[in-house]
Write a protein that binds this ligand. Structure first.
Ligand code: SF4
Ligand code: F3S
Length: 112
């Protein structure tokens, strides 16, 4: 089992999650983060920290797509362990539907 980041993170990217992860298993893309499923210890502390409700346990139904995406990009995106300033318009993107189709970027972020 692992926790996964879903498309609610896209363009919100608050990074509150990285500060609390005891094993530093978040990886940064251009406009979202992912969790490395083999490194996550399922502690669950990151889930309530996300203002965009973008983190879910993979035991919830319908998360297969996001688990695959987290596993794929955690291999190549850089590690992030320190909170950064969120995008200025992050609040405007909370809960917006269809963000993956319109805005997902496979480009890596800056990392720490
Ligand atoms: Fe890190 Fe725990 Fe969240 Fe997994 S569940 S990503 S170990 S804080
Ligand atoms: Fe994304 Fe939420 Fe973390 S918006 S960066 S999963 S705090």
């Amino acid at each position: 089992m692992t926790y996964v980041v879903n498309d609610n993170c896209i363009k919100c990217k608050y990074t509150d999650c990285v500060e609390v992860c005891p094993v530093d298993c978040f990886y940064e893309g251009e406009n979202m983060l992912v969790i490395h499923p083999d490194e996550c210890i399922d502690c669950g502390v990151c889930e309530p920290e996300c203002p965009a409700e973008a983190i879910k346990p993979d035991t919830e139904p319908g998360l297969e797509k996001w688990l695959g995406l987290n596993a794929e990009y955690a291999k190549t995106w850089p590690n992030i362990t320190v909170k950064k300033e969120a995008p200025a318009d992050a609040k405007d993107w909370e809960g917006v539907a269809g963000k993956f189709e319109k805005f997902f970027s496979a480009e890596p972020g800056q990392g720490d």
